[in-house]
Design a protein around this ligand. Structure first.
Ligand SMILES: *Cc1c(COP(=O)(O)O)cnc(C)c1O
Length: 356
């Protein structure tokens, strides 16, 4: 187990008065975790110190060739005052899968978990308590070796920062408008779509901007080869309810392996629903939307948990899903997962990891 050196700040910051006013990811807590990697020495010098800017060479590999990985998870305060993480080992395993794909040295799982727990414990007072709020945890690795040579870095930094976030939906779940992107693609099989890395987001921004300008909040990506099969949304996986069945694209190497996706599948099965993980084509979806058998559409991700889709645009055809209202299954899955996170719904799969 790592021995984390702790050097607490002497200048704690003001905490936000009303967490509902916080713009996602704009405020950071008092401390951060840092650990260095040097080839030949491994991961060394784990420490928690004041959250502040740090020095880095302009030649650091991350700036030029994008060798980096990130994760997104949350800590919650339960109604009875416990501090919990939701399925953290899933994020940690996924982080190391991303690391492998990107030639970043793996981080020992137990050290990773210890670092998250220790940092959250130190900044525990920053965890918002209002309904729907939480402490967003952003672990990431960057390549820091100063070199313009296109080879894997010999030096890295693993850092964790924390950001309090208010309720994603202040007035109940609000269905979003999504358009199906048929020009640009996010990822292709064999590429880095399955890794959580900045490059995938850089690849998505132009399309996202186009969608925003047209009044849509997100894009739905199609596969990178045939532009035929549904993949996922911005930072969310996607689910459809067609004729009573829950359908989500199967993991194929270019779709991000969402922790929420996995939880939604389990919760739907617990509810007695049939869940199919399979290829689903745009044509199939279009036909279902047209003949009215497309009953619900929702995205799943750590930030919003469930994001109901009220409008879906296929080329020039725009369909309203469930009359633009949130569906019954979407609402129930949201209530169940957020209920488990807040400690008010039974955690029968043992998803919560208590920090104490
Ligand atoms: C993080 C992410 C998701 C959602 O994953 P969760 O583990 O559920 O938060 C989905 N798609 C992409 C592209 C992502 O980066």
């Amino acid at each position: 187990m790592i021995k984390i050196k702790i050097n607490k700040t002497k200048h704690p910051k003001m905490k936000p008065k009303d967490e509902d006013d916080i713009v996602f990811g704009s405020i950071f807590t008092d401390h951060m975790f840092i650990m260095d990697y040097i080839e030949g020495k491994g991961w060394i010098n784990p420490r928690i110190e004041e959250y502040k800017d740090f020095k880095i060479s302009p030649a650091a590999l991350v700036f030029h060739y994008g060798q980096s990985m990130f994760e997104g998870m949350k800590a919650y305060k339960t109604e009875d005052g416990r501090v919990v993480l939701f399925r953290p080992m899933k994020n940690i395993e996924r982080a190391n899968k991303s690391n492998q794909r990107l030639c970043i040295p793996e981080i020992p799982e137990e050290d990773f978990l210890e670092a998250v727990k220790e940092l959250v414990k130190i900044d525990e007072d920053w965890i918002p308590t209002k309904k729907g709020s939480s402490l967003y945890i952003r672990p990431f690795v960057i390549a820091t070796e100063p070199s313009l040579n296109v080879v894997p870095s010999k030096e890295f930094k693993f850092m964790i920062i924390l950001s309090p976030v208010g309720a994603y939906y202040k007035e109940g779940l609000n269905p979003v408008k999504i358009w199906i992107e048929d020009e640009y693609v996010r990822a292709v099989r064999g590429g880095i779509g399955e890794a959580k890395t900045g490059g995938n987001y850089a690849a998505s921004m132009l399309s996202q901007e186009k969608a925003h300008e047209a009044g849509y909040s997100q894009v739905l990506w199609l596969d990178g080869i045939e532009h035929k099969y549904i993949e996922e949304v911005g930072a969310m996986n996607i689910f459809f309810k067609i004729k009573g069945k829950i359908i989500t694209p199967m993991l194929n190497g270019s779709i991000l392996r969402g922790v929420t996706r996995d939880s939604v599948i389990e919760v739907c099965k617990d509810m007695g629903l049939v869940v199919e993980e399979r290829k689903i084509s745009v044509e199939e979806l279009y036909e279902a939307a047209k003949d009215g058998s497309l009953e619900e559409v929702f995205g799943s991700g750590t930030a919003a948990v469930i994001s109901p889709v009220g409008t879906l645009k296929f080329g020039s055809d725009v369909f309203s899903i469930n009359n633009g209202n949130i569906g019954e299954v979407s609402q129930k899955v949201y209530d169940t997962i957020t209920g488990i996170q807040k400690g008010v719904v039974e955690d029968k799969h043992n998803w919560l990891v208590e920090i104490s």
